[in-house]
Ligand binder design. Structure first.
Ligand SMILES: O=P(O)(O)O[C@H]1O[C@H](CO)[C@@H](O)[C@H]1O
Ligand SMILES: Nc1nc2[nH]cnc2c(=O)[nH]1
Length: 324
């Protein structure tokens, strides 16, 4: 191949002969094989063969939205519901958190076809990040174009109160800083490109719609907008860790969502995410309170009516602007 001449110093630059990529070990670092595109298509086809609903919007119900309890939660109010427990889906992970329902609910919210995950997968359960996010890719393959992810999070912003809802405008991928990312490993272009931008991860139009809807529902005083971070868990944070996160601009801390959003953006889904502030992060050594999971669940129950109404109306509004 003819060399190219460097325009600055006149030296010759040789373009290397294109070589095939070296074989990449399909082991995911956890002693398991990553699932191929074909395996995910098989999971998607299995689901499509079991249900009649064809959803355009996917909802991940976090700890604040009834992933742990039934009555009155969003997933339980889906109409025309067709439910599939995770353990009945071939090659699907199963929920290991006690009391976690672990099922996919296909049905309608305000008439719009949706699929909801009642229970998500967390890194601290022992799943690698790619496996925690596997359902998002499956949603894509069954036709979902918009993802609504919800979570319970500790409020680090001193202006936040327990029970507030935080529209996620951005995240800081702390686990990614440490080299852990759901996109690690060989990239399959059928899902998306190797390198993806993340500066517009949280859809701007959806966020404006959510703020307007908060006004219409008279919950404007509860609704905030801020930056979330995910830590691996399962322990809650130390005082020093929380003060560090505060310094870098984090408003709310959790153990999920970030990797799901990365995978959703990789396969070109539009994303909206919402945190329920379930506890106040303890940032002083003289504070007596301690974060605990029971409080997280209690606050979720306390806010379930508002959350259910808010998310149901959001689904309808997103479907309207998207023409679903
Ligand atoms: O992010 P979700 O699943 O809502 O739950 C959050 O709440 C749990 C801790 O109480 C952790 O699982 C954390 O991630
Ligand atoms: N990491 C983390 N996750 C949470 N989920 C609910 N509250 C919290 C919290 O304070 N920290």
């Amino acid at each position: 191949m003819a060399p190219i001449t460097d325009s600055v110093n006149g030296s010759k630059i040789y373009t290397p002969v294109k070589q095939s990529l070296p074989e990449v070990d399909p082991d995911d670092g956890y002693g398991a094989k990553r699932y191929s595109y074909e395996t995910l298509v098989e999971i998607a086809n299995f689901l499509l063969s079991r249900v009649s609903i064809r959803p355009c919007i996917g909802v991940i119900c976090g700890s604040g939205m009834g992933s742990y309890w039934k009555q009155g939660s969003l997933a339980e109010t889906i109409t025309d519901a067709e439910c599939i427990p995770y353990e009945d889906i071939p090659n699907f992970p199963v929920s290991t958190v006690e009391g976690h329902h672990g099922k996919l609910v296909f049905g309608r919210l305000d008439g719009i076809p949706v699929v909801a995950m009642q229970g998500r997968f967390h890194y601290y359960e022992g799943y690698p990040l790619w496996k925690c996010c596997l359902p998002v890719r499956v949603m894509k393959l069954i036709g979902v174009k918009t993802l609504i992810a919800t979570n319970a999070a500790g409020g680090l912003n001193p202006n936040y109160k327990i029970g507030d809802l935080m529209i996620m405008k951005d995240h800081i991928n702390m686990m990614g800083f440490a080299g852990n990312n759901p996109l690690l490993g060989p990239n399959d272009e059928r899902f998306g490109p190797r390198f993806i931008p993340m500066n517009k991860a949280y859809n701007y139009e959806y966020r404006q719609i959510a703020k307007q809807l908060a006004k219409e529902l008279n919950i404007e005083n509860l609704v905030r907008e801020g930056v979330y971070t995910c830590l691996g868990g399962p322990n809650f944070e130390t005082v020093a860790e929380l003060n560090m996160l505060k310094m870098v601009g984090v408003d709310a801390v959790g153990m999920s969502t970030v990797h799901e959003v990365i995978i959703a953006r990789h396969c070109d889904m539009k994303v909206f995410a919402l945190s329920l502030i379930t506890n106040e992060c303890v940032t002083r050594y003289d504070q007596d309170d301690e974060a605990n999971h029971e409080e997280v669940l209690d606050v979720g129950r306390m806010r379930q009516d508002i959350l259910r109404k808010y998310v149901t109306r959001l689904v309808a509004k997103f479907a309207e602007v998207e023409n679903y």
